[in-house]
Design a protein around this ligand. Structure first.
Ligand SMILES: [Zn+2]
Length: 281
């Protein structure tokens, strides 16, 4: 199954071998014949990876879009290319190298507008080591919506669910209703670091645990069910940090959980009259 880092590697490797060359294309399975014949013989300028998507730039707004989905993979080698075996969606080759694509969801002709729409649709994913956290931050600080809602917006950050949302806001003492505009870069970096930690752990152990061992009732051994989270589904139970009863509220269509003491409601800063009239020292 290709994940972000693998797709980025495909883009890099193929760009090294193919960019600047006239590319031969064909579609042995017959499914993408129109696309292959459209780009056949054109010079490739570059390749860009976006999530599980690849964009091949053939210049003059001629873009080829490949969506790898869950099963898309590439194979490659030096010319001569082997006989076609099985279902090959697309074959690309130069005088030196060949690449074969199998199992992709989509192979289609794109233009710049659709490329832009695709880029705007999917935010960076914390599981992707090459994710650009600044891209997400710039989107968040422009929005007055609550950070609780923004974190669930896949166009801002990919892959965050309801558990991660509540937990990372608690870990960083951010109230779910604080507006995106109020988030400092420092806090965003800390939230991102927590997302990377808890999501990578989740992917590794196949179970979501966000608590640090010291905050669990039973710090040693296997994590018990009731020790997995700080706030998620712990309404009315004491906060692991301060003992205050955890609260919940409906945000969008989903419940978000928080500690009213550790995550105080956001109050917009006001310029005080005394600051205006203060004399320089
Ligand atoms: Zn608390």
């Amino acid at each position: 199954m290709p994940e972000g880092p693998q797709v980025a590697r495909y883009a890099r490797l193929q760009a090294e071998k193919l960019a600047g060359h006239e590319i031969n294309l064909d579609a042995p399975s017959g499914r993408s014949e129109d696309v292959a014949s459209f780009f056949d013989g054109a010079t490739l300028r570059g390749i860009e990876a976006i999530g599980k998507h690849l964009i091949y730039d053939f210049g003059d707004e001629r873009l080829m879009h490949v969506h790898l989905g869950r099963f898309g993979t590439f194979h490659s080698g030096d010319i001569p290319a082997p006989e076609i075996r099985g279902i090959v969606r697309l074959r690309m080759w130069t005088d030196d190298v060949w690449f074969e694509l199998r199992g992709a969801i989509a192979v289609e002709i794109f233009d710049n507008d659709r490329r832009t729409a695709l880029g705007g649709r999917i935010g960076p994913n914390p599981l992707d080591p090459e994710a650009d956290i600044e891209v997400a931050y710039r989107k968040i600080i422009k929005r007055r919506s609550s950070i609780g809602l923004l974190l669930m917006d896949q166009s801002i950050v990919g892959g965050i669910g309801n558990i991660y949302r509540s937990e990372v806001l608690f870990l960083n003492r951010v109230h779910p209703l604080a507006p995106g505009t109020s988030l400092t870069r420092k806090t965003w970096k800390a939230i991102w670091a927590d997302l990377v930690r808890v999501m990578a752990d989740g992917a590794k152990i196949g179970r979501i645990v966000t608590t640090h061992a010291v905050d669990r009732k039973k710090p040693k051994g296997a994590v018990r069910r009731e020790d997995r989270f700080y706030v998620y589904h712990r309404t009315g139970l004491p906060c692991r940090h301060c003992g205050t009863a955890i609260e919940e509220m409906l945000l969008g269509t989903r419940r978000v959980f928080y500690c009213p003491k550790d995550q105080p409601a956001y109050v917009a800063p006001r310029v005080r009259a005394s600051q205006k009239s203060r004399k320089p020292t």
